[in-house]
Design a protein. Structure first.
Length: 400
């Protein structure tokens, strides 16, 4: 009897299940599960939310004055970059120096074939001797009134021209040995042996010599850079210091000074061109090398320092969480400048005494009640030791 009743009930349940929707099936299964689990003494209650105020670390914003610091990409160049050019035409016979080596002023660098110039010199010498004899003979005759003044003057002029031609021939022969005009570091040779060298245009350029102690570093300030400076420009009257950051991040030990500041904006680059000079006794900085230059000038007054970890950036800008009345956090929009170490420089949006939350940002929302613990700015920076509030939060988490 009981078996027949069970079969009948099962048949009715199957028919009813086929007639209901999948959503209703889910509700039925969930209800049955809850009843079954309840019978086993298992509770499905939702986990409890955080109880009490959220412990956070805060800093008290205080206005301060800090130097204006700009970091810009720069490129080194020789203090003097002197081109070595040929002054005569001819075939290049030999290079007389090691490329890239230091050279002294007057040191021979290249040898151009001197033979044509030797021949020209010999001809000029013979011509000069002939005109000198002729001028001396006519001078004697003129003293005796044996020749006219014109004949004497013509002979004298021809002799002067011949003597000048002789000097030119001597000078051209000297110029077949190309010497260094200044001392410095030699560049690579731009012409090989056997090339025909001309004294006009680029065909006469043989190499360059670079004076790299001191060395110059050229850079440009964009409009966004100068906008951070008082008055929107680098004031030459301000006490300005410059230093170099090498490619490995090390600060170059030698201090520099500005030696050029353009008075106009470069139309192609859109920057105001600057140049600084640095001692380079060990030739550590080479011409053409890209570096970072740090310019410190003037002061930023009444600004605030806030740890980078405390600043939230979104499409609407930069925001920090401040503790308002009754311990509730409030999102506060701010305007930031550049970084100063591990901190943001806040230009506006804060006032003295504002308490800025520096941690637990992921756990708070507008209106969240917090338990603030004031910490120094140095401890609020990344990598600092955890504050007492953080320690208490960790302890509570472990206890849970």
């Amino acid at each position: 009897m009981i078996g027949a009743v069970r079969k009948s009930l099962l048949s009715d349940i199957i028919k009813n299940v086929q007639a209901i929707s999948a959503k209703q099936v889910g509700r039925i299964v969930l209800g049955v599960s809850c009843v079954w689990l309840g019978g086993l003494g298992i509770s499905l209650a939702q986990p409890a939310g955080p109880k009490g105020p959220v412990p956070v670390s805060v800093i008290e914003a205080q206005p301060t004055n800090i130097p204006n610091v700009l970091e810009i990409t720069a490129q080194a160049e020789g203090a003097k970059e002197t081109e070595v050019r040929s002054r005569v035409n001819g075939i290049l016979l030999k290079r007389l120096y090691d490329e890239g080596s230091p050279v002294q002023a007057g040191q021979p660098l290249f040898q151009i074939d001197p033979e044509p110039f030797n021949i020209t010199l010999e001809e000029a010498q013979a011509r000069a001797k002939q005109t000198a004899r002729e001028a001396a003979r006519l001078k004697l005759l003129f003293s005796k009134q044996a020749v006219s003044r014109k004949e004497f003057d013509d002979a004298t002029s021809l002799n002067e021209i011949a003597q000048a031609t002789l000097k030119t021939a001597q000078l051209n022969l000297t110029w077949t040995t190309v010497t260094a005009p200044v001392s410095g570091i030699s560049g690579r040779s731009l012409r090989s042996e056997g090339n025909l060298i001309s004294n006009t245009g680029d065909a006469g350029l043989l190499t360059s010599i670079y004076q790299i102690n001191p060395i110059w570093v050229r850079f440009g300030l964009s409009s966004s850079d100068t906008a951070q400076l008082p008055g929107g420009r680098l004031d030459p009257k301000q006490n300005t210091s410059v230093e170099l950051l090498l490619s490995n991040g090390r600060i170059y030990p030698e201090k520099g000074k500005l030696n050029f500041q353009s008075i106009f904006i470069d139309a192609k680059l859109g920057t105001q061109q600057m140049r600084a000079e640095f001692p380079n006794p060990n030739n550590e900085i080479l011409p053409g090398q890209f570096l970072r230059i740090r310019v410190t000038t003037g002061m930023q007054e009444n600004v605030f320092l806030v740890p980078q970890a405390a600043v939230v950036q979104s499409e609407r800008g930069f925001t920090v969480w401040t503790v308002g009345p009754e311990g509730k956090v409030v999102p506060t929009p701010i305007k930031v400048g550049k970084w100063a170490g591990k901190n943001w420089i806040v230009l506006s949006g804060l006032k003295a005494g504002d308490r800025v939350v520096t941690d637990q940002l992921i756990k708070i929302r507008p209106g969240t009640v917090v338990k603030p613990t004031v910490v120094p700015l140095s401890e609020a920076s990344p990598g600092a030791a955890p504050s007492s509030g953080q320690k208490n939060a960790a302890t509570q988490k472990d206890a849970r």
